[in-house]
Design a protein around this ligand. Sequence first.
Ligand code: 6GU
Length: 231
Amino acid sequence: MMRIDIISAVPELLKGPLDHSIVGRARKSRKVEIVVHDLRTYSTDKHGKVDDYPFGGGAGLVMTTQPVFDCIGSLRQEREYQAVIFPTPDAPILDQPTVNKLSLHENIIILCGHYKGIDQRIRDELVTLEISIGDYVLSGGELPAMILVDSMVRLLPGVLGDAESALDDSFQDGLLSAPVYTRPASFRGLGVPEILTSGNHERIRLWREEKALERTREVRPDLYRNFINKK
Ligand code: 6GU
């Protein structure tokens, strides 16, 4: 079973997303083990301090070395980790191929930092992979960590049913999804594309392929070009 250790100074932020829906169910049915560690409990400071003023001045506090080195050190005594991941806006943007690879690991650590950053020595000595979730700024790494966890956990064996199979996802083939509809077939005068109710599975497959290409070309020309060039 995959094990994910998440280190955070604000562990309350992680509760909801880990306890419900797909990730919550995956944990309950033991498809994944997720353990949250409160960084403050590793601080040797009497007030549980985990950050300090930056050398050289500037706004904001920087996460200090001691609690993080001690926390990761004690985890490493228990098992081997294939990755120590640090979500941060100054990193390559997370994509599906990276998620696919990470989901194959046995044990990983995710270290959540503050927006103003963590002491560079932590990144140099402990972190093995840095990821951003997009070009905008968040106040901490906790929400990005939840996004990373969700994206990995849904790929683990037995987590999604056949009906929701991850192989069908938008992005697994580098394209966005075709539009979907459900009952009723007519709602306030709005119908659904006739082909979807035709029962002709080959024509439906071709229609979805065409719509996926169309949609990708319109809203994500970068993905579209990539897809066409790779074919
Ligand atoms: Cl991973 N962290 C923070 N704080 N902000 C972000 C981000 C990560 N990705 C995009 N913005």
